[in-house]
Design a protein around this ligand. Structure first.
Ligand SMILES: C[S@@+](CC[C@H](N)C(=O)[O-])C[C@H]1O[C@@H](n2cnc3c(N)ncnc32)[C@H](O)[C@@H]1O
Length: 230
């Protein structure tokens, strides 16, 4: 694709949350950023090197489920190394960006990538029958989940249900969030349904243990949960 066309396409598909440099000097968030201040956000190319360091050495034939992939850079990067990836996102705009990024990388590297995007809410993956995965990746997405249920208790139950489902479909769950969401230090009364403790408590109950917690990097931490004695 010619540079002019590429820039036009990026403008049409924007605004962009993930920073992705498609060609030298052509960066999604420089052309049409989500941030009103025009800043590059802490994701996409900016986070991939750290995430890659946490993932297994070889991704060949690994099955990965990404919750809320946005423009799908991590899906595509993993697939370029031989992984088979499914991304579930509720947002049409994100799915369109992700399909574009996938096609762009396929053309750039001259190979088909095993990435499938499903439009839907992560709270509904229970009904999607997606199969089993080696890794579930949830970056900056679990705190977004706002189940339709009206009462706090019903919302809590929906999150517990999702946590249980994740434990059934994978032995490894990787979460990236702002530290406060992970440790749950936000005022309970205000943000009960945004806290991640519901997830982390449930993972522990289901026999998972925290095997890695990174230091804060780019204002976020990454935690890896793995099933004990797997
Ligand atoms: C803040 S972005 C993070 C994107 C990506 N994971 C990253 O770290 O670059 C949140 C993403 O999750 C998606 N999302 C938010 N809530 C969701 C839900 N309940 N179900 C599915 N996708 C959701 C959004 O559409 C968006 O793509």
């Amino acid at each position: 694709m010619k540079k002019k066309e590429l820039i036009k396409k990026i403008k049409i598909l924007g605004p962009w949350f993930q920073t992705i440099e498609l060609e030298k000097g052509i960066v999604t968030t420089d052309i049409y950023p989500t941030s009103k201040r025009g800043k590059r956000l802490n994701s996409g190319d900016i986070f991939w090197p750290q995430l890659r360091g946490i993932l297994p050495l070889s991704l060949k034939n690994k099955k990965i489920l990404e919750l809320g992939p946005d423009a799908g850079l991590f899906c595509v990067r993993a697939a370029l190394e031989g992984a088979s990836v499914v991304g579930v996102d509720k947002d049409d705009k994100c799915i369109k960006q992700a399909e574009f990024i996938k096609k762009y990388f396929e053309e750039k590297y001259g190979k088909n990538l095993d990435v499938k995007y499903v439009r839907g809410k992560i709270e509904d993956i229970i009904d999607m029958r997606l199969g089993k995965f080696d890794i579930v990746l949830a970056c900056a997405v679990l705190h977004c989940m706002v189940p339709r249920q009206k009462t706090v208790e019903k919302k809590r139950q929906r999150k517990i249900q999702l946590a249980k489902t994740l434990c059934k479909i994978s032995d490894t769950i990787i979460i990236r969030e702002k530290e406060k969401y992970i440790t749950g230090r936000i005022e309970k009364s205000l943000y009960e349904d945004r806290r991640l403790d519901i997830f982390t408590n449930e993972f522990e109950k289901e026999g998972f243990e925290k095997i890695l917690e990174t230091k804060k990097h780019l204002n976020r931490i990454v935690v890896v949960y793995s099933k004990k004695d797997k």
